[in-house]
Design a protein around this ligand. Sequence first.
Ligand SMILES: [Fe+2]
Length: 236
Amino acid sequence: MTRRKALKLTSLTTAACAIALKPNPAIAQAAAASPSGPFKVPPLPYSYDALEPHIDAKTMEIHHDKHHAAYVTNLNKAIADAPDLANKPIETILKDLNSVPEKVRTAVRNQGGGHYNHTLFWQMMKKDGGEPSGDLAKALDKSFGSFSGFKEKLTEAATKVFGSGWAWLVLDGSDLKIQSTPNQDSPISQGTKPLLGLDVWEHAYYLKYQNRRPDYIKAWFNVINWDFVADRYRNH
Ligand SMILES: [Fe+2]
């Protein structure tokens, strides 16, 4: 390379750096709107379309990338006013909401609950879910008469949630129970351990099922990750 060419290259490189380093007002604004913080949105453990045709790819994309992300953004905003919470796992915080400073308690309950519930929800689903087996299947039979009996009870609870909320299979001590929670309240704030949760907020199904929540519930039973549920049951 001649000296003249080298100088030209250097000057082009410098110009490129100058452009790259110049603050971009649009990016700065976006960063301000989505403050970083201790809580992060975990990646989906499968592709957006993995649960088709039961749950459509667009719903999964918006649900995960927009709704879950908004809970995390707003949780981080709330935590900025209560920095002592920043190093605690969200599960620990939700188990003892009374110890959360009052000024941020409602925000942590709603946004933190949304973050925790959805983090579980993604893992509770997978392609070709099948049916439970082993000790969990026996426990479901014992508590609900049969697997069909369990499905009926969870379906009933999910159908009856008024407005937005969740229906759950939980462990209460060593007993399996069906529970429902309004909004983003989480069973762990009420002393039970969620094993399986069904999100019946309209954002979970409206694009594909519109007002037909019962059709969404029926379809969702095809994509339950029973291995994940069984792990949570085994480790109680
Ligand atoms: Fe949701």
